[in-house]
Design a protein around this ligand. Structure first.
Ligand code: ADP
Ligand code: MG
Length: 256
């Protein structure tokens, strides 16, 4: 019966809980409440697991593994406030991250996304070129509008590496259509190697570039992550670590 009623959570625990209720002499109402609570918790767990799957986050990029000391201009407190999500996602505000390659933009974007999903939000993480590709196909099939509308279900859309949109992709305006459609309604997180000066290559003409930037920054938090490449830095430190006495050797340097 529980299967037919689609109550898999209760189905899983009722026998055990019933035995406990009998043994401890629970009133019927308490037993029923315990079952209902379990079903609700189980549904929420499954929902989050589903959203985690659909988000397509790069693996292993969490806030716990992000070294904030390497990016002094970004505070952990600020990032934690962003992961709560409420204020900015409700108003469709954006988060923009700029900085040279290897500075941790994608890592931090994925980490924030992960925390948002854990907090019950829906996120889609994509390389910008892949998303633009997908929207271009939709445009060819005269279904651009509905393809953009489908992305509305995501509270946050991450466009990783805006700078790498290719020339033929820039010639169509799908990216602009997306930005315009989400403006003040749904949030975007954009990472880019170059700040706005170079964005002319991403859109068909200058007017559209300016219009896109105007919408993106109107409600936005901008993180300028102008730091040395973390990959390079850790590689150099590892190399240096070899010559040091054992006492100062770190776990990182012993793994190479
Ligand atoms: P970007 O997207 O800015 O080019 P990434 O986020 O891809 O840089 O970072 C490059 C690599 O270095 C990744 O493996 C990432 O996990 C790691 N990394 C970068 N910054 C940090 C950091 N502050 N703490 C921990 N790992 C970092
Ligand atoms: Mg990146």
């Amino acid at each position: 019966m529980l299967g037919e009623l689609r109550l898999p959570g209760i189905k899983m625990v009722w026998a055990e809980l019933a035995a406990r209720a009998d043994k401890e002499g629970w009133p019927a109402a308490r037993f029923l409440a315990a079952l209902a609570e379990y079903e609700i918790a189980e549904r929420s767990r499954r929902r989050i697991a589903r959203h985690m799957n659909e988000a397509r986050l790069p693996v292993g990029k969490t806030i716990a593994t992000f070294d904030f000391a390497a990016v002094p201009m970004v505070s952990k407190a600020q990032v934690m406030a962003l992961t709560a999500g409420d204020a900015w996602l409700a108003g469709g505000a954006n988060l923009l991250m700029f900085g040279p390659p290897g500075g941790g933009k994608s890592h931090l974007a994925a980490a924030i996304s992960l925390a948002l999903v854990e907090n019950g939000r829906r996120v889609l993480f994509m390389r910008t070129t892949d998303l633009v590709q997908r929207l271009q196909v939709a445009r060819q099939e005269l279904a651009l509008e509905s393809a953009i509308a489908k992305l509305d279900k995501y509270h946050l859309l991450v466009l990783d590496d805006l700078a790498y949109v290719s020339k033929d992709q820039a010639e169509t305006s799908v990216l602009f259509e997306l930005i315009a459609a989400r403006y003040e309604r749904r949030s975007m997180l954009i990472t880019a190697n170059q700040p706005f000066g170079e964005w002319g290559k991403i859109f068909p003409d200058q007017a559209m570039t300016l219009a896109a930037i105007d919408r993106l920054v109107h409600h936005a938090t901008i993180l300028e992550m102008n730091v040395e490449s973390y990959r390079r830095k850790t590689a150099i430190e590892r190399k240096r670590g070899r010559g040091r006495p054992a006492k100062t050797a770190t776990i990182k340097s012993s793994s190479d």
